[in-house]
Design a protein around this ligand. Structure first.
Ligand code: ADP
Ligand code: MG
Length: 809
């Protein structure tokens, strides 16, 4: 060991601060360089790679070729606006997603100047002594100088997920996960010099599309296919009617632009990304876009108790000793926490016990440890007592400790535990646990280190209070109103679990089940009673898997929390795996969402956030697609009726830009509906049959209204330009009122939406009344009577929506 320490010019106490600083200057930061995002001009140019944009450019060239400079100009302007808007959206999404990454920082526990400290893993340097624990991510390439049954998963390098045992002098590689045990390592290489750093390019993964994005993409493709067929048909029909080729071509292309929801995927990603950054600000960091949509439809939350529902700030408040000194000896030495003044570094339970036993003066060299694990629910250390004798110290779940005790230490006199004494101690345990205390039992034995956790001698119990978090009760209530079930899953004692679950409102009329009972049930039996269970106690993390699987079989969207290595499979299996901010790296990696503040309330807020985003996506998808449908039906209708087309190419492009633009974007940022947490979770699809039908009806209403008014105007003998202007303006007003239809009934005012609508309307007035713009858009001013017709006819869209709201629930 000293070899290694000399090689890296360090000591067991770690580097001094000044030395660490010096080395940081020399070796740089412990970072893997990220693949830089595409440069901005590439992002900009990539917007041109689009069939519609290509067609528009062809149309512009054709218009220019026949001397139609104005239309050519308008089309080029439309191209530019589309490209710029697409660029801005994509850029904002990128920024939002990047900023989320900055929330996820890696930490490392090191020894410096003889003190254990938690530091930002970036500042780790060569020669640092790293403290390794179960569940942590190896922060750099290390050489082990101490190993207590340490094993790790090196799949990041080997691709093979299995536990590899690691002895002293073995190497540990950056980003591998410690699956069990603990140890100390010396940093050998950092950053890009590590093994993973050398292959960093290969392992960086691209974000995949979310299912919702795929579905919306598919809808877009279907609509595009329809639109293209329609455009070709219109192109042929109009051409056969004798309209010049180039003009027909421009009309067909503009119609395609107006009818294809090409902007939808980009707005969707942007809405999700912005929603995610908003959630991150309230401590819920969503690691995958997917979970934002799933969150909204969550039907059950399975929550840990300690640290999620409770503070995880423990204090010893009750005790029961048969030998007080021995209990304190065990509490102090069979303990891995460190007190930095009053701050606990390490396990909170350990820390509270350490504080309680602080006064007790004892130090015996530790020679071995069987670490705490949530399956055994106890930990054991072995120490040198004197020259000849060793002593085994154990603490853990009291009934489990008691089970392993053969003797009892009554202030120094050792007796065999009889049934009566056992009964008395169990009663004591029940009593403490019934007070909602986490109860820990203590035991020891001298020599016989072969089978350390057997034939122990009992010394006492400590009861630790861990109060529920402040807002938990309220959040539980909120979930109940929102139709979301809550289940507590804890490794703690049944009575402790029940007392707390009752207090915060989780345990109402349901049942409690222990891990043992769960194991005894067959899958079918369990499936039957699973819906009634509200609390699981003394559960092993491995059993969480069975719980998630069963709940999912019962058609639930399950959010499941976890923090340890053993929780990882269940987190992966859950619809939404939720890891704790101070949980293990392994759990975080398996999760979809990380709670920075470890707080149950944050899950509930995130669900609310998810529901809001879901609603808003529904709003603009419905809005945009009904515009598309309306435009297609209007053009097809007039063409079939042998009327002139009501919109010219410039007007169609205008529709696409003005309507695609402000109002739709604003629908994406509407506030939460007032009853958002008072309605049951909505399962599944944004594009339900109901929504599709509504879209179709809205499109039909717009088309009929527009065609009727257009026909009427033509029949009064006004110029075609005038009739077109009125029809076009009517169609625009339809869209604006339809955007208004989409507003949220929210506490937050819809001022941005209203502003968007007003701006669009003012822009419309500009192209109606400014002579230069009239020339470009071939419009003419319209008078009072036209406006009255427009307002009356367009209001049908409001009425239609009202009726649909009533009839089509
Ligand atoms: P929870 O689900 O509440 O987080 P844990 O899995 O952390 O429960 O703990 C389960 C049980 O393990 C506890 O009830 C306690 O009896 C025992 N235990 C927890 N922490 C320690 C510790 N540091 N030392 C010994 N036993 C512990
Ligand atoms: Mg725990």
């Amino acid at each position: 060991m000293s070899d290694i320490l000399t090689r890296y010019d360090t000591s067991l106490d770690g580097l001094s601060s000044s030395e660490a600083e010096k080395r940081q200057k020399e070796y740089g930061l412990n970072e893997i360089a990220e693949k830089p995002p595409a440069p901005l001009y590439i992002l900009f140019l990539s917007q041109f790679v689009d069939i519609l944009i290509g067609l528009l450019i062809v149309a512009a060239v054709a218009a220019y070729a026949i001397g139609d400079v104005i239309d050519a100009g308008v089309i080029i302007l439309a191209v530019m606006l589309n490209v710029i808007m697409g660029f801005i959206q994509e850029y904002r999404s990128q920024k939002a997603i990047e900023s989320l990454k900055s929330f996820i920082t890696k930490h490392a526990i090191v020894k410096r100047e003889g003190q254990v400290k938690e530091i930002d893993a970036k500042t780790l340097t060569v020669g640092d002594i790293v403290v390794l624990e179960e569940g942590s991510k190896v922060p750099a390439d290390l050489v082990l100088i101490e190993s207590k049954s340490l094993s790790c998963d090196e799949s990041q390098l080997t691709g093979e997920s299995k536990a590899v045992a690691k002895e002293i002098d073995d190497k540990l590689y950056m980003d591998s996960n410690i699956l069990s045990g603990n140890g100390l390592g010396v940093v050998e290489n950092i950053g890009m010099a590590t093994e993973i750093g050398k292959i960093a390019d290969i392992v960086q993964e691209d974000d995949e599309e979310t299912p919702l994005a795929k579905r919306v993409g598919k809808l877009g493709k279907t609509l595009s296919a329809i639109a293209i067929v329609v455009c070709i048909a219109i192109f042929i029909m109009e051409f056969l009617k004798g309209i010049p080729l180039v003009e027909t071509f421009m009309t067909a292309v503009s119609l395609a632009v107006a009818a294809i929801p090409e902007g939808l995927p980009a707005v969707l990603t942007l809405t999700l990304a912005l929603g995610m950054s908003e959630m991150a600000k309230s401590n819920a960091i969503v690691r995958k876009l997917l979970s934002v949509e799933t969150l909204g439809s969550c039907t059950i939350i399975c929550s840990d108790k300690t640290g999620t529902l409770t503070e995880n700030k423990m204090t010893v408040v009750e005790s029961f000793y048969t030998n007080e000194d021995k209990t304190h000896l065990i509490g102090k030495l069979c303990n891995n926490a460190v007190l930095d003044n009053d701050k606990i570094i390490g396990d909170q339970t350990d820390g509270a016990i350490l504080k309680h036993c602080k006064e007790y003066d004892a130090s015996l060299e530790r020679i071995d440890e069987i670490p705490l694990d949530s399956n055994r629910k106890m930990m054991t250390t072995i120490h040198i007592l004197d020259g000849e004798n060793n002593i085994v110290l154990s603490k853990g779940a009291p009934e489990i400790i008691l089970d392993k005790c053969k003797y009892i230490d009554r202030n120094g006199s050792i007796e065999i535990i009889d049934a009566e004494t056992k009964e008395m101690i169990l009663e004591k345990i029940g009593e403490m646990s019934g007070h909602a205390l986490r109860t820990i039992g203590f035991a020891y034995k001298i020599n016989d280190t072969e089978s350390p956790e057997e034939d122990l001698t009992f010394t006492g119990l400590l009861g630790l209070i861990d109060p529920p978090k402040k807002d938990v009760k309220k959040s539980v209530n909120e979930c109940i109103n929102a139709g979301i079930g809550i289940i507590m899953i804890t490794g703690d004692h049944e009575k402790t679990a029940c007392a707390i679950a009752k207090d915060i409102g989780i345990l109402t009329d349901g049942k409690v089940m222990t891990g043992k009972e769960l194991d005894r049930l067959s899958d079918e039996e369990y499936l039957k009673i699973a819906p009634e269970i509200q609390v699981y106690a003394r559960v092993k993390p491995t059993q969480k898997m069975k719980i998630v699987e069963t709940l999912k079989k019962l058609d639930n969207i399950v959010a499941m929390t976890g923090d340890g290595v053993n929780d990882a499979p269940a987190l992966k299996k859950a619809s939404i795996g939720v890891a704790m901010g101070d949980g293990t790296d392994v759990a975080k990696e398996a999760s979809d969402m990380i709670l920075q503040n470890n707080d149950f309330t944050t899950i509930v807020k995130a669900i609310e956030g998810g529901r809001k985003i879901y609603d808003n996506i529904k709003r603009f998808v419905k809005y945009q697609v009904s515009t598309n449908v309306g435009a297609i039906l209007t053009i097809v209708g007039t063409s079939l009726l042998n009327l002139p087309l009501p919109f010219n190419p410039a007007q169609l492009l205008w529709l696409n830009i003005v309507m695609d633009g402000p109002p739709a974007q604003m629908l994406g940022i509407e506030g939460a509906e007032r009853d958002i947490m008072e309605r049951p979770p909505e399962k599944g699809d944004i594009l339900t049959k109901n929504t599709m039908l509504q879209i179709l009806i809205l499109g039909i209403v717009m088309a009929i209204g527009t065609i009727c008014v257009f026909t009427y105007e033509l029949s009064t003998g006004v110029s075609t330009t005038k009739a077109m202007t009125v029809a076009f303006t009517l169609f625009v007003v339809y869209q604006l009122l339809n955007a208004f239809n989409g507003r949220a009934n929210s506490e937050k005012s819809s001022k941005f939406l209203y502003l968007g609508i007003i701006i669009s309307f003012l822009l419309q007035l500009l192209i109606l009344y400014i002579p230069q713009l009239q020339t470009i858009f071939r419009t003419t001013s319209i008078d009072m009577i036209d406006w009255i017709i427009i307002l009356i006819v367009s209001s049908t869209i409001l009425i239609t929506q009202k009726i649909m709201d009533k009839v089509m629930k």
